[in-house]
Design a protein around this ligand. Structure first.
Ligand code: 89Y
Length: 341
């Protein structure tokens, strides 16, 4: 099979990991990078041996459309619709970082525009690809704890997240778009679609613009009651960033995903542990190891689909359902009401 060729649009913080994660996979070749600040694109190109550098995205696309199979958009959310449109107009398939768009309507337009242009749109949503979460899902699917009726999905931390990604402090809508898009996607991955939700938000850190705490309660169509909590204001005894901690109770037992990638499974026969650590990559930042490892698994899944073998999980169509939850949560918090989905 011939290599699929692609360009990276945006060389900020996440490109430092997204690009080496691509380089772990056979069958794909990065031919060009764009950044509005040319020197930043040039630095990345030099580090990762990428032959073409642009600070004008139209030039990149015009000069390489003939050889490109897809683009990987790794920019801040505000520019996702613009770059998606430019690639779609040229008939290129698109992978775009989460969160899909800067609001629900623009995410809907991205999804519909790609459908109309006949190009594939995927969202790079990687949390569901974390090794312990995949393991947890397989335990749930095995039926070992019976029918799940109750869950808590938790991402509560005091990690100095604004040091690496300062723009997050300026977002009017912060934690639900940044982490909620991951956590609510994990809830959909584990438990299916929601029937209704209610949400409360707070801003504890006075130096940021948006909310840094969100508590979402969902009734899933399966009947399960799911509490998704997220916070960047939680100084806890054990810092868990960037792990997602989960507890699921079923009619035959429970499974708890704890710190350090440990799963504890309890049934009437007792309790046992399973370890599901992420694969190790030399280029990963140890502070983000589990997230960085999941980039490879997410890219692999999307690449398999791009190669024609199907199976992509986080398509634009699918991820739009996650984004609906994010904005339903804001709506609920704003109106102090239950939102039926
Ligand atoms: O931007 C976020 C993400 O996608 O994972 C963690 C993060 O870097 C900070 O919340």
């Amino acid at each position: 099979m011939q290599n699929l060729k692609f360009a990276v649009i945006g060389t900020g913080f996440w490109a430092n990991y997204q690009i080496p994660a691509w380089q772990e996979l056979p069958g794909v070749e990065l031919v060009a990078v764009y950044n509005r600040t040319r020197s930043r694109a040039a630095d990345i190109a030099q580090r990762f041996n990428i032959p073409n550098v642009y600070d004008n995205v139209d030039q990149l696309l015009d000069q390489h459309t003939h050889e490109l199979n897809f683009v990987d958009i790794i920019t801040d959310v505000d520019t996702h619709p613009i770059f998606t449109e430019k690639a779609a107009q040229r008939g290129l398939d698109i992978i775009c970082q989460k969160p899909m768009g800067p609001n629900l309507e623009s995410a809907r337009q991205m999804r519909d525009m790609c459908r109309q242009a006949g190009v594939r749109l995927y969202i790079h949503e990687n949390f569901r690809w974390q090794a312990p979460l995949r393991r947890l899902k397989s335990i749930l699917d095995s039926g070992e704890i019976g029918q799940p009726f109750k869950a808590r999905v938790s991402f509560c931390s005091a990690f100095p997240v604004f040091d690496n990604q300062p723009f997050l402090a300026d977002l009017e809508q912060f934690i639900l778009t940044d982490i909620g898009s991951h956590i609510l996607d994990v809830c959909r991955f584990l438990f299916g679609e929601a029937e209704w939700l209610t949400c409360q938000t707070m801003r504890v850190n006075p130096t940021i613009r948006g909310e840094d705490v969100a508590n979402v309660l969902m009734k899933m169509r399966s009947g399960l009651s799911c509490f998704a909590e997220m916070s960047y204001a939680s100084l806890l005894e054990k810092e868990s960033f960037p792990q997602t901690l989960v507890q699921v109770e079923g009619n035959l037992g429970s499974v708890v995903l704890m710190h350090d990638f440990q799963l504890r499974i309890t049934t009437k026969s007792g309790t046992y542990s399973v370890a599901a650590p992420p694969p190790q990559y030399a280029w990963a930042d140890p502070a983000y190891a589990i997230v960085h490892a999941s980039i490879v698994a997410c890219n692999r899944n999307l690449l398999t689909d791009l190669q024609g073998q199907g199976g992509a999980e986080t398509t634009g169509v699918d991820n739009f359902e996650t984004i609906r939850l994010v904005y339903a949560a804001y709506e609920s918090a704003g109106r102090n009401e239950i939102i039926f989905l």
